[in-house]
Write a protein that binds this ligand. Structure first.
Ligand code: GCU
Length: 616
């Protein structure tokens, strides 16, 4: 782009049209700056339980312009209309005549020409709105992968980086009575200084991948609240409610009608009201009894009714305690890939299908890999009684030595934890997956873990570590383990190394007196492909891996959970074996079209008969 502009400069004297183009170039070059130094109109705010607030949905068909050269930053956000016969700075785009894409949804699976597309796409849609007195309005974006910029009525309202967390842009000053329009530029270009970075074993689905809406709140409103069962006093719900522009001394109320419990607390200087609510006859949330309570949170003119389950989670030595009792996590990993139709999962149905299969497997736990999943998934896990490992996308080799990259990971944690902090299902915040064992990396993730603990001291911190080996002995002693409450580790004995039987002779040396979760193991199989136990890619080979793995894992005394890789085949640009992978990672226990492979039943049997793992 830069070169084209420089060469243009030389021909400016020839035609006014070129002057216009040059102006466009200058603007784009200036816009290029946007790529690096975020010039944010406003910092998006984080709303806890935003999906429980009444909202004006902006989902549906949006007009779109695909913009591989980032030309749109020169003015698409003004949404001008080309006027027939116009001369000089002719407008060379027109949303009203442009094709549409569905929101929520990735663009890759909606339009064949965008299947591999990485770059900016412009989205536009109109909406009618009536401003109200003493009311602020926010554009709520469930997720936009990867970088995104938003304008309302041509006015920039915010920008954001990170593809898997929700954010809210204030548009109060930009909206007006009657017809309005919103324009978004979403760019899924991968960046070396991104989180995640350039390489991932999942498809880089781009777009407004989760719901978009308008949320109205009073001038003083509740942005975040944290309500959880005390670990020390069994019948006390504690936490806080934060009120934006909350006047010190103003009253906040938390009420659980079903328990006849209600508390009023004053807002402090920091806008927070500390909450301590004594309750009786509380039914604790657990996978067996996923009890959710309607909880009203009120502050001035603002109120939210959330659905919250109450439970405690902690460790004691090498045990994980749920509600004070040792638990073993019978789990499975899940990508946010939609069953059958492929693309990003984002509906209740997607969540119920995926988690329904996990329940059918006999699981009480799911590792949602490798990034925060949609609120629909977390609500379903709360409802269906599945414990959740939620992960920040510090995946493989991000730039650990780059402070801006740490800031990005911390911002994503702010959004993940700020939005989802009251889900009873979430018990583990994972900081990273398969990162190289070196000091710079360790310091980076220690800082990330400290940030997460500050945001939420009520849950356990983990990460998926790599293991090292000496002969037939596997060793877990990555120094990062010191910063974690629960150690996750990934191993692929029988697939990336050795053969299924290798597990039978593998010994484990564990460098920590902490609970262990094997956060990944497994192997690939094409559904319907059959052969001998040693024929790779057959269902028999995959099933054999599982049988031998389960035997081996039962020999690790402090193993407190497992989440094999993975519930369902998913798209990946790294998987191109014709006739077998065809663009899919085939380590699923179920194919992308819902076909259960033999290994599904091997694991189901072990989970149903509880022959794998010991809670204590
Ligand atoms: C890795 C990684 C996954 C990947 C899997 C695989 O361990 O964490 O994201 O898909 O292995 O190789 O299939």
């Amino acid at each position: 782009m830069k070169n084209m502009c420089i060469s243009l400069a030389r021909v400016v004297e020839y035609a006014p049209r070129k002057i216009a183009l040059l102006a466009a170039c200058a603007a784009t070059l200036a816009a290029g700056v946007v790529w690096t130094a975020p010039v944010s109109a406003q910092t998006p705010i984080i709303l806890t339980g935003a999906d429980r607030r009444p909202a004006i949905s902006l989902d549906g068909d949006w007009k779109t312009i695909v913009d591989p050269y980032s030309n749109g930053f020169s003015g698409y956000f003004r949404n001008q209309k080309a006027k027939p016969g116009e001369v000089g700075t002719a407008v060379e785009y027109d949303f009203s005549k442009s094709p549409t894409l569905k929101v929520p949804g990735d663009w890759n699976m909606q339009r064949e020409s965008l299947f591999y597309y990485e770059g900016p796409v412009w989205y536009e849609r109109g909406f009618t709105y009536q401003p109200k007195e003493h009311t602020r309005v926010f554009l709520h974006v469930g997720a936009a992968n990867y970088r995104s910029w938003f304008w309302v009525n041509g006015q920039k309202v915010c920008e954001h980086e990170g593809g898997f967390t929700s954010f809210n842009c204030e548009v109060t000053a930009a909206v007006h009575a009657g017809d309005n329009f919103v324009i978004a530029a979403v760019d899924n270009t991968r960046h070396a200084d991104g989180v995640p970075t350039l390489k991932t074993d999942w498809w880089n689905y781009g777009g407004l991948t989760r719901s978009v809406s308008l949320i109205e709140v009073p001038d003083a409103f509740i942005d975040q609240y944290d309500l959880h069962l005390s670990r020390t006093e069994t019948s006390v719900i504690e936490g806080w409610v934060h009120v934006v522009v909350g006047q010190p001394g103003a009253k906040v109320e938390v009420e659980i009608t079903e328990l006849g419990a209600k508390i009023t607390a004053p807002v402090g200087e920091d806008g927070r009201a500390p909450i301590r609510l004594a309750v009786t006859k509380l039914e604790r949330w657990s996978p067996e009894t996923p009890k959710l309570y309607k909880v009203q949170v009120r502050a001035g003119l603002d109120s939210i009714e959330d659905l919250i389950g109450f439970r405690t989670v902690e460790t004691r030595g090498t045990q994980i305690l749920l509600n004070g009792k040792p638990i073993f996590l019978r789990g499975i990993c899940i990508h946010a890939e939609a069953p059958y139709r492929s693309g990003r999962a984002n509906t209740d149905k997607d969540a119920e299908t995926l988690l329904g299969w996990a329940k059918e497997l006999g699981a009480n736990f799911v590792r949602l890999a490798h990034y925060p999943h949609d609120e629909t998934m977390l609500r379903a896990a709360d409802r269906m009684g599945l414990l959740v490992w939620s992960e920040n996308p510090v995946y493989w080799a991000v730039q650990f030595d780059n402070p801006q990259v740490l800031a990005k990971a911390e911002q994503q944690l702010d959004e993940e934890i700020g939005t989802s902090r009251n889900h009873a299902s979430i018990i583990l915040w994972s900081m990273a997956n398969e990162t190289p064992n070196n000091e710079v990396r360790t310091r980076y993730i220690e800082a990330e873990a400290a940030h997460a603990r500050e945001l939420d001291p009520t849950r356990l911190i983990t990460a998926a570590l790599l293991v090292r080996g000496e002969g037939q002995t596997k060793i877990i002693d990555d120094p990062l383990g010191k910063a974690l409450d629960v150690i996750g580790f990934n191993e692929y004995i029988g697939w990336y190394e050795g053969h299924p039987e290798s597990a039978d002779v593998t010994e484990w040396r564990i460098g920590y007196e902490k609970p262990l979760i094997v956060s990944e193991f497994g192997g690939g199989a094409k559904a319907g492909l059959h052969g001998g136990d040693n024929d790779r890619w057959t269902e028999e080979y995959q099933a054999s891996i599982y049988r031998h793995q389960l035997g081996m894992l039962n020999r690790i005394p402090q193993l407190r959970g497992l989440s094999p890789w993975i519930l369902m085949d998913f798209r990946s640009p790294l998987r191109n074996l014709p006739g077998i992978q065809d663009g899919f990672n085939r380590k699923g226990l179920i194919s992308d079209q819902g076909l259960k492979k033999q290994a599904f039943f091997v694991l189901q049997k072990a989970y149903m008969e509880k022959t794998v793992g010991k809670p204590e």
